[in-house]
Design a protein around this ligand. Sequence first.
Ligand code: SAH
Length: 229
Amino acid sequence: MFSKETEGSRASMVAAIEADVADTARLLGKDALDPQVREAMLTVPREAFVPDDLRRFAYQNRPLPIGHGQTISQPFIVAIMTDLAHVQDGDRVLEVGTGCGYQSAILAALGARVFSIEALTELAGAAAERLEALGYDRVTVRQGNGAEGWPDEAPFDAILVTAAAPGRVPEALIRQLAPGGRMVVPVDRGGGADSFLFGPSQDLMLLIKDAQGRVEERSVLPVAFVPLV
Ligand code: SAH
């Protein structure tokens, strides 16, 4: 799993991510990945998070199907969401939409204590087992509706939502963000007639809560996530 070959593939995946970051620098507000995020992307074995028959595509910079109509996010998206959230060693982080658990592993590799909620029972169980087998013992996965957050473990220094919220950011998640915390969340603006031609129009939003609890938000980038259910 940690052969020279996969190390090389991972390095080329990170090179592709960095090219995308350079291309979107104006939107991201930065032209290079945080070195620690880069290191995490180089470390986590993405091939262990994709279905066996798709392993040969594991280090391409694109999303892949994981069954149940769901996907493993594109590496570029995982990297920039992690980067925008400024995740630090020791942070408590909520993830909504565990899927296969790849994003959780990246957060754990940065030293975060991760709480991840997945709506689909089978995916939640499989991700929990996979993360445990790989030794990511700072991740707790549970089945549930992530739009309600995880009140018992709140507040969170960062919240990453990896499925698109319809219309607006769920209020419960904003409440569970700690002062000084950051949330990265795709919001579906409902493309109307345009969505017929161009697909869903979603904005990746960055919300920052200041020490007084005031929330500022900005739209970072157009994205395409599966919807929150
Ligand atoms: N974070 C994943 C991406 C998962 S795709 C990765 O690292 O690749 C989004 C996931 O969100 C899907 O598994 C889907 O089942 C889940 N999901 C959708 N709506 C949800 C909800 N309301 N609560 C929790 N999970 C949800």
